[in-house]
Design a protein around this ligand. Structure first.
Ligand code: HEC
Ligand code: HEC
Length: 343
């Protein structure tokens, strides 16, 4: 009888504890919720694009310094301000008619397109291409000499000072709630090589409308205003030493940003493999040549695997470096040098 009594008491205790826990769960959940910092995740792809527009903000802010506004012009109307369309010969530094913001979208503020938000915090930093610690000015000149197929700006050039002022301004005013990315969200590197036929058919379906059958882009109705849709290959495009000329880098940009207006990093349109094939396709055509690329990456082991020009610290063929398949090359660097390659 006594045993039965203690059993009942234990059962009651157990039941009590169980009910207690059940009651506690909603309370804990409530506390957890209220303790989590309010973090606005911008879900709608359209909102991300339209959420925060540097151009509009600058227009509506009389207090922003003229230097910052000038910096915005240099990066968004590069050809007119410091390129082939500039009226004075001495002002022409970029060599093609692209704008910086053709690749660094929404004034360099769009997550997923190598945004410049917080970039001033990340430099100086080590860069494999020069095998040295480089300043932000060095990095900008990297794009000047390659993506823009042009000349370096002096560190104290008015153009450089204005561009840096603009990047400083981005740092100070960008809303903390909007996500930002360094570089591009990575793609899964396909196990196959680029298939140019597949690339061509994706290009025809998804890209021709804006970039043209010959990749030549579309000029604005007043050609002195530069491109409405920038070219992807040919004489007026980025040169063969540019980051966009590496198929893995180009695929990551394309997957997260193109077709323009339809794809974002949150809602891409193409699959990793489709982006890879079409990136290989646009990079299969002629473009300006960068001199002296043999000197890039003094430590050849640090060269990204899809750098299409030699020399390399391996014996894979130039074709494989340009089009893949990349997993064997990546594996080689891991086995031989314990280096984990992502691009
Ligand atoms: C609706 C028009 C449109 C479509 C379709 C489109 N793009 Fe673009 N693309 C643009 C615009 C506009 C820019 C420049 C963005 C800016 O300045 O804000 C751009 C920029 C680019 C750039 C970087 C700048 C350059 O000229 O090198 C690449 C690379 C690119 N697009 C590739 C592609 C590929 C590949 C496709 C097809 C999968 C594609 N685009 C589809 C409009 C488009
Ligand atoms: C044809 C496309 C293209 C154009 C045009 C271009 N860039 Fe870039 N830029 C890139 C690519 C690709 C990278 C490397 C992104 C990566 O791999 O993370 C890059 C990187 C950068 C970085 C370093 C980003 C980081 O997070 O480390 C800066 C700064 C930069 N570019 C500035 C500029 C400026 C300023 C201009 C105009 C003078 C310009 N770029 C024009 C493609 C371009």
């Amino acid at each position: 009888m006594e045993e039965f009594g203690s059993l009942v008491r234990r059962l009651i205790l157990l039941l009590g504890a169980f009910t207690g826990i059940l009651l506690l769960i909603p309370l804990l959940l409530y506390l957890h919720k209220t303790k989590t910092p309010t973090f606005v995740v911008v879900d709608e792809p359209a909102t991300v694009l339209n959420e925060w527009l540097p151009e509009t903000i600058l227009k509506e802010s009389p207090d922003v310094s003229p230097l910052v506004k000038k910096g915005f012009l240099f990066v968004s109307q590069t050809s007119q301000e410091m390129g082939p369309l500039a009226s004075q010969e001495a002002d022409r530094f970029s060599g093609n008619n692209l704008s910086c913001t053709n690749c660094h979208l929404n004034g360099g503020a769009l997550p997923g397109s190598a945004s410049w938000v917080h970039i001033v915090d990340r430099f100086p930093q080590f860069g494999g291409r020069a095998n040295a610690i480089g300043t932000l000015e060095d990095r900008i000149n990297g794009c000047m000499e390659r993506s823009m197929n042009g000349k370096k700006l002096a560190e104290d050039a008015p153009q450089m000072k204005a561009i840096i002022a603009y990047m400083d301004w981005l740092e100070s005013v960008f809303p903390k709630e909007i996500k930002t990315f360094k570089g591009y969200p990575a793609i899964t590197i396909p196990t196959v090589a680029v298939d140019l036929e597949k690339g061509k058919s994706i290009y025809t379906k998804e890209c021709t409308l804006c970039h043209g059958v010959e990749g030549q882009g579309v000029l604005r109705s007043d050609p002195n205003q530069g491109y409405e849709y920038p070219p992807l290959w040919g004489a007026d495009s980025y040169n063969d030493g540019a980051g966009m000329h590496r198929v893995i880098t180009a695929a990551a940009f394309i997957k997260n940003n193109m077709p323009f207006g339809q794809a974002t990093w949150q809602a891409p349109k193409l699959t990793d493999e489709e982006a890879f094939h079409v990136a290989g396709y646009i990079n299969s055509f002629e473009r300006p040549h960068k001199q002296n690329t043999e000197a890039d990456y003094p430590d050849k082991k640090l060269k990204p695997v899809s750098t299409p020009y030699g020399p390399w610290a391996d014996t894979f063929s130039p074709t494989q470096h340009k089009y893949g398949p990349f997993p064997p090359i990546i594996d080689f660097y891991l086995q031989s040098y314990s280096l984990k390659k992502t691009k």
